[in-house]
Design a protein around this ligand. Sequence first.
Ligand code: DCP
Ligand code: MG
Length: 597
Amino acid sequence: MAYSGQCGDHREGGTERPGSQFWDLASELRSSMEPEEEEEEERWDGEGPGGHNTSVSMSRVIVHMDLDCFYAQVEMIRKPELKDKPLGVQQKSIVVTCNYVARNLGVKKLMAVKAAKEICPHLVLVNGEDLTPYRETSYKVTELLEEFCPLVERLGFDENFVDVTEMVEKRLKQQKTSSDLVVAGHVYNNHAIDLHDRTHVALVLGSQIAEDIRRAVATTLGLTSCAGVASNKLLAKLVSGTFKPNQQTVLLPQSRQDLLRALRGVQKIPGIGYKTAKRLETLGIESVWQLQTFPATALEKELGLSLARRIQKLSYGDDDSPVTPSGPPQSFSDEDSFKKCSTEAEVKEKLLELLPNLLERVYKDGRRPHTLRLTIRQSSSSERWFHRESRQCPIPPHLLQRFGQGNANLLSPLVDVLMKLFHKMINVEVPFHLTLLSVTFSNLKELPSTKKGSIGFYLKEMPPKRDREVDDGDAVWLQSHWRTRATKARRHLEEKDVPEAQVLNGPVPFSPHPVDHLEDTPKAMVCGQPEPTEVVVFPPDVDPQTFSELPPDVQEDLMAQWKSQEAISKPLEKPKATNEKRSSAQVNTLLRYLKPR
Ligand code: DCP
Ligand code: MG
């Protein structure tokens, strides 16, 4: 399972997508791309015409793998003496997971430490707030799976989907006769295998591959896991936990309905979250069966066409989303939660605690982040877990240069930048009460492969993405402007042998802007220069990423323009603790290149 985020403890947000978000996103994308098919619901209703799939083209074979009591397993590998003891992994006052020795004694995942200790007084607790060992193990598992097959998609830390269809097809071709084929692990509902059915044969071969994969993970990394084998991601995930721990289950098409209707409530379907479930509840829909049989037109009227069709398809187990290789992380983040943080000094202290580990991860990754985000959660009785607010800004160019050179001289200036973001959200002149701080580095780009004194950085970082609507005159102007700048920089370097970093050290553009939690859509931006009190507003339609990619001197020019524009339109103000949106007084032609696409 991926993180529910509900216990509000130390969690990792950016690199990993919470399970429900992932499914919502995947399905959202699907529903926006795929043509609407009227007969779709019938296809998965019961056995459909013909009972089972005898089509010539083979259906997909997807393996979902979920590691057993993941954090606890990692801890048992680190300290083998804990292996036979009841073990819980503690984050703040919660046992986020426990080994199966503890589970057999009644301890459950996400139990309060106090309750767990009452049930099992001998429970050994280890602190699991530093996610580093879990994260590292998690990536080792994914890398190992990728050795089997390139189509591996991560879901949270301890789950992976593997599309083994091609491997199955190869084995099918090698298979002279299917009469001696034996399924590995369980078959859901003990349904009989029909070796004349191509889909059954494919799933049996898939179960053998799943077993090979699990064995490899166990022998190479010492980790046991569960697996589900089915014809799509949704079904593979749903069936994988049928037998736990260290077991696997295959789902034949004929048992699809049984699996779905056995789910306790619509919210058990990945892709149907809390809010949707609540809306369905008002329509009297609580079980999967009720959702399947609810009149489509009425559902569409209540929820809108897209959502209604999507969730009704899911209720039938229909999911054609592909297994999309995850690739390297798109961001790095870390967060800490606490009962109370109510002074600037405490905020700084917490940021100084969070940053070193985070910077180390970015350093190890080798890419350079261009955007920095701060997320806070203020104490709120009504929306206890969900009330988060963020601001982000491009990382100032002079700091960008320091990434990849060790982290010592990054810490303090980054805290300064983060504190500026903090001040955009919190007015420190009135009492505040934070319960969470989270820092995210995103917009990761490869380090320019340049030698000292080369202009590789300039060339690599330009030109900006061209706006489709931009007119050619402007584009030519901008590009030639940049060429001139680059030529100047090159000459400067050749003549004076000045280290690149010095040439690139421009102003410290700084443009925090509010974002919805974990969304990158800019709403308004404010740009500040290094002097702590000076704040320059820049237009809200400027894309911060594109801005951060501009050469420092171009940034400087723009900043000067915005500053003067603002001076005309509005005298400088102290930043307010509101999500204010500001617009520029005039629109400069250059800005059109910076508009978010
Ligand atoms: N986790 C967490 N907070 C949560 C849920 C999970 O920190 N709210 C962590 C601890 C788990 C890991 O994520 O070890 C994986 O979550 P699972 O739900 O897959 O739980 P386990 O792997 O621990 O147990 P199982 O054997 O049931 O899969
Ligand atoms: Mg697990």
